[in-house]
Structures are given as structure tokens and as C-alpha cells.
Write a protein that binds this ligand. Structure first.
Ligand SMILES: *Cc1c(COP(=O)(O)O)cnc(C)c1O
Length: 396
């Protein structure tokens, strides 16, 4: 009997904003910390502990240098969700008179859901709308803030449409009124230059698995210049991380985060240029082949690796299910598993039906020109097939 050989189906990963593979160089840097240098970084009585502590402090100094911060301003956490929780709840729970918080409707759920909890805890929260290009209007911020405002939280790069918010301008305005500023920079750190002094932010969240490091490790920058910010920790325990994040440090994860960030910085300029060209090629060809489609978000003030695409008339759900060989996202799967139209696209004023016909394509370090060509063919064929079957159904 003849055995049929099926060439392995080609698959292309275009979901880098959801998570990235760990760079093999990062894995190599992490491995010794599982099996050889396995000490507890808080053990101060032997070599094993000292080695672990030194590795953590080396990673901290890489992060501090990358963000233009001080080492004492970096706290390691389990990721951006925890950092956002620590930043927002930590500041709010130390609040005295000021009980008003400001954020934006297009934030990540780990900011929005914390804000909703703080509302239940008695805070007043303003959710600012964005303009149709996804950017925040500074005048709206100015109108909203008052002497009662405690903190403004605005993400640096949006995870669904890639627009870059004017965080430095917002921070400038906020500080004139004694308001703290937090930014969720999870989609920015490692991809574009992030300088906490230039941004003038007080708190900044990031996560290693978005920049080719391991899942379950991230951090929070906490400004310690003047005046010192008082944060209430989420966890009580051994007092690690300046008492702000108790729990045995994830040494391999932190080493991986440091190594991953070091690689990103070394390769950033070249990588930005490469991805910019790839994205341009992708967008240009998609819009040529699917003339009804459009790209969401500000055309220029955005990062070079996220494309939010609306293809009217094609149900995004059906499209996602049909795209077996190309991994993209609707940007909007709700926690219960049902598909809700993206809250970000709706905030831009994209209608429900168009929002349901939208896809997010995310490029990254291992994306090649061949991948993009494959995705282009695959996507256009699938869209043509689906719109043909829709037409047949509706007319027949
Ligand atoms: C991925 C992401 C998060 C959550 O990060 P985790 O480390 O997975 O908790 C938060 N904010 C933004 C903008 C993200 O893209």
C-alpha cells in the first residue's frame, strides 16, 4: 500500500500583539537559572542566593537603562495585568481627598476592569472617548480634570489598532494640576523607544511575553524622584521588591525579560524599518485586492507592526474560523468565548456590523516577506470565497 505524503500545511503567525514566541537566545539565557543557579534571590546566606540576586539586579539595570529610569524605580511583577492592577489600585487605595480617576474607552481590559472595580469602591471614573482616528483629544482631557482628579491612565500604544497616544502632552497637563499619570506601555516597550523622563509619566506597565520574553513576567516603573509615590501593595508577605510585591522572585523569568529587552534595544532601529516596509507592502496589497477594505486608526501616528483591517460584508467570525493557516485575531474575543464587536473599534465610531467584520494582523521578529505573500493570497481567497457564499445565500 502506498503511503500518501502530505506536505506539512504552511502556517503563518500574525498575532504578535497577543503574544510572541520566546527568542531562542532568551531561552539560552534562562536555562541555567532553572537547574544550576536555582537559588532564591532573597537568600542572603549563600552563593546560590547571591547568584540569583545578582542575575535579578542585572536584569533590573537593563530595564532601568532601557526606560531611562533608576534601578530603584523598577518592580518585577507577573505581567502587565498585575502591573496595571498594582498601579491603579495601589495609587487609589492610598488616596485621601482626590477621588476622581480618568482613563480612555480604548484601554486594555486590565485597565478598564480595574477602573470599574474602583467605581464600585466609591471612586468617580471618567472614560474619555477617542476621535475617529483612535487618538485622544487633549482638550477633552483638559475639560475633564479638576483639583479632585487623582490619576490619569492612558495607554501608550493601542493593542488593537496600534495608534500612539500623546502621553507626554497629557502628562505635562496633568502635572500642572498635581495629577499622577500611569501608562500601559505593554505594546510599546521593546518595540519603539520608551523614555519615562521624556514621557513624564509616574507609573508605566510592561510585559515580557509581548517582546520575545517568557509569559508570566513583567514589571512596573514607579517614579521615585519627587514627590515619592505611595503605593499600597496587592500582596502581603516577605516584602520583596521594596515591599511592593511580596513573593519569591521568578528568577528565570526576570533573566529572560532582561535578555529579551536587551536584544530588542540592540535590534530596534533595523527591526522598525523592516517591519514598516513589510506592513506597507501588506496594507498596499490588501487594499488593492480587496478594494472595499479599510485600515483603522491614525495613518501615521502608529506603530509599524499592527494592522487593523475592516472588510465590510464579510463576517469576521466566519473569516477567523476559515483562516486556519494564518493566525490573526478579531481583537475582541470576550472572556465567555462569544464574539463581541471590538470595544476599541466601536469607540472609533465603527458600526457594530463593520466592527464584526474586522481583523487585527500583527507582524513581528520572525515574520518574513514570504509569510506576508502567503497571508495575502490566503486572506484574499478566503474573503472571495466567503463573500461569494454570502451572495449565493442571500440571493438564493
Ligand atoms: C497583553 C496586554 C496586557 C496584558 O499583559 P499580560 O502580561 O498578558 O498580563 C495589558 N495591556 C496591553 C496593552 C496588552 O497588550
Amino acid at each position: 500500500m502506498e503511503i500518501m505524503s502530505h506536505p506539512e500545511a504552511k502556517r503563518v503567525y500574525l498575532d504578535y500583539p497577543a503574544t510572541t514566541p520566546v527568542d531562542p537566545r532568551v531561552v539560552d539565557a534562562m536555562l541555567p537559572f532553572f537547574t544550576e543557579c536555582y537559588g532564591n534571590a532573597a537568600s542572603t546566606s549563600h552563593d546560590w542566593g547571591w547568584e540569583a540576586e545578582r542575575a535579578v539586579e542585572d536584569a533590573r539595570s537593563i530595564v532601568a537603562e532601557a526606560l531611562h529610569a533608576r534601578e530603584s524605580e523598577i518592580i518585577f511583577t507577573s505581567g502587565a495585568t498585575e502591573s496595571n492592577n498594582l498601579a491603579l489600585k495601589g495609587v487609589a487605595q492610598r488616596a485621601t481627598e482626590r477621588r476622581h480617576l480618568v482613563t480612555v474607552t480604548t484601554e486594555h481590559s486590565s485597565v478598564l476592569e480595574v477602573m470599574r472595580q474602583l467605581e464600585r469602591d466609591g471612586f468617580e471614573v471618567t472614560y474619555l472617548p477617542v476621535q475617529p482616528d483612535g487618538l485622544l483629544d487633549l482638550e477633552r482631557v483638559r475639560e475633564t480634570i479638576s483639583h479632585r482628579t487623582l490619576l490619569i491612565s492612558v495607554m501608550l500604544v493601542n493593542n488593537e489598532i496600534g495608534v500612539i497616544q500623546p502621553v507626554a502632552d497629557i502628562a505635562q497637563m496633568a502635572h500642572e494640576h498635581g495629577i499622577l499619570v500611569h501608562t500601559d506601555a505593554t505594546q510599546a516597550v521593546g518595540k519603539i523607544p520608551v523614555d519615562v523622563r521624556a514621557l513624564k509619566v509616574d507609573l508605566l506597565s510592561f510585559s515580557a511575553h509581548k517582546f520575545y520574553g517568557p509569559k508570566g513576567t513583567g514589571g512596573l516603573y514607579l517614579q521615585q524622584t519627587s514627590p515619592k509615590i505611595r503605593l499600597k501593595p496587592l500582596f502581603q508577605g516577605g516584602g520583596q521588591e521594596y515591599g511592593l510585591r511580596s513573593g519569591t522572585l521568578n528568577v528565570p523569568g526576570i533573566v529572560g525579560l532582561g535578555k529579551a529587552l536587551e536584544l530588542c534595544l540592540a535590534e530596534m532601529a533595523a527591526e522598525q524599518k523592516r517591519l514598516q516596509e513589510l506592513r506597507h507592502y501588506l496594507e498596499e496589497n490588501i487594499l488593492k485586492r480587496i478594494p472595499d477594505a479599510w485600515v483603522n486608526g491614525h495613518p501615521h501616528q502608529r506603530v509599524p507592526y499592527i494592522v487593523s483591517l475592516t472588510i465590510p460584508g464579510v463576517a469576521g467570525e466566519a473569516l477567523l474560523l476559515s483562516l486556519k493557516q494564518v493566525a490573526v485575531s478579531a481583537g475582541s474575543a470576550c472572556a465567555s468565548g462569544g464574539v463581541e464587536p471590538s470595544h476599541v473599534l466601536r469607540a472609533l465610531g465603527v458600526g457594530d456590523s463593520a466592527a464584526r467584520s474586522s481583523l487585527r494582523l500583527g507582524l513581528g521578529r520572525f515574520t518574513t516577506r514570504e509569510d506576508i505573500d502567503f497571508a495575502l493570497d490566503y486572506l484574499t481567497e478566503t474573503v472571495q470565497f466567503l463573500s461569494k457564499s454570502t451572495t449565493t445565500l442571500s440571493t438564493g
